[in-house]
Design a binder for this molecule. Structure first.
Ligand code: FMN
Length: 222
């Protein structure tokens, strides 16, 4: 079982959010998962220019690190998204990354995995960022098992105090991969999303036959 954490703090190894996500991974590792942390800021990811090439042929016009990250996400059984709060939102690094996942979202290439979300903030906005990260997980076809945000006040102690909850979240994620995790509310959201994207897959059938066939195999097109 592989669990991958991806965080969008530019502070990389000094990041508080990375530390919180690390506790989640440690909880998952204790429950038997192989884990990996990705510092997005170490990768070259060019912002989406809305050229729509990816929708038409599955390949971005930009030659950068995004495809290797998507490949690692595909290999993972579960994904942890993490971001610090920047002006009540995710960081620019995280948003540039998410925008480049449009093709993975449209064709639901990561569907069936589990995920969770973490955020840190000086004072406020943490719950909103966790909610947004969870929303993006759902967009990707991933069921979230929960999230955790910590308001640090600029000190390490609040993250120390959150370690048990973060480790428990990691264990919950590993347990979901192993045993399944039912959430009827999120499942309904995922079903609605697939109904929306189905028309795109059908429309692009001749351009993306491999995706059309995969949707047929999944039973998402009948
Ligand atoms: C550009 C910028 C914007 C920020 N915006 C907010 C904010 O809106 N609200 C808040 O409480 N903290 C804000 N912060 C503080 C960070 O969210 C906080 O320090 C966070 O724990 C940093 O996480 P990191 O160490 O993982 O980068 C901001 C920090 C930066 C650098």
């Amino acid at each position: 079982m592989k669990i991958l954490a991806i965080h969008g703090s530019p502070r990389t190894i000094r990041s508080t959010t990375r530390r919180l996500a690390g506790f989640v991974l440690e909880g998952a590792a204790d429950a038997g998962a192989e884990t990996e942390m990705i510092d997005l800021a170490d990768y070259r990811i060019v912002p989406c220019t809305a050229c729509e090439a990816c929708t038409l042929n599955g390949t971005c016009v930009n030659d950068d690190d995004l495809p290797s990250l998507v490949a690692r996400m595909k290999e993972a059984d579960a994904i942890v998204f993490g971001s610090p709060v920047y002006i009540d939102n995710i960081t620019g690094q995280m948003k540039v990354f998410f925008d480049r996942l449009a093709d993975a979202i449209h064709y639901q290439q990561l569907a069936g995995k589990y995920g969770c979300a973490v955020a840190t903030t000086e004072e406020s906005g943490g719950d909103g960022v966790v909610a947004y990260l969870s929303h993006v997980l759902n967009y990707l076809g991933i069921i979230s098992v929960g999230g955790i945000s910590v308001a640090t006040g600029g000190k390490p102690e609040p993250v120390d105090a959150a370690e048990p909850a973060a480790r428990a979240l990691g264990k919950k994620l590993a347990d979901a991969v192993r045993d399944g995790y039912a959430d009827p509310v999120q499942e309904a959201v995922l079903t609605d999303n697939r109904a929306y994207f189905r028309s795109m897959v059908e429309e692009n059938r001749d351009l993306r036959p491999e995706e059309y066939e995969r949707w047929m195999r999944m039973g998402w097109i009948r």
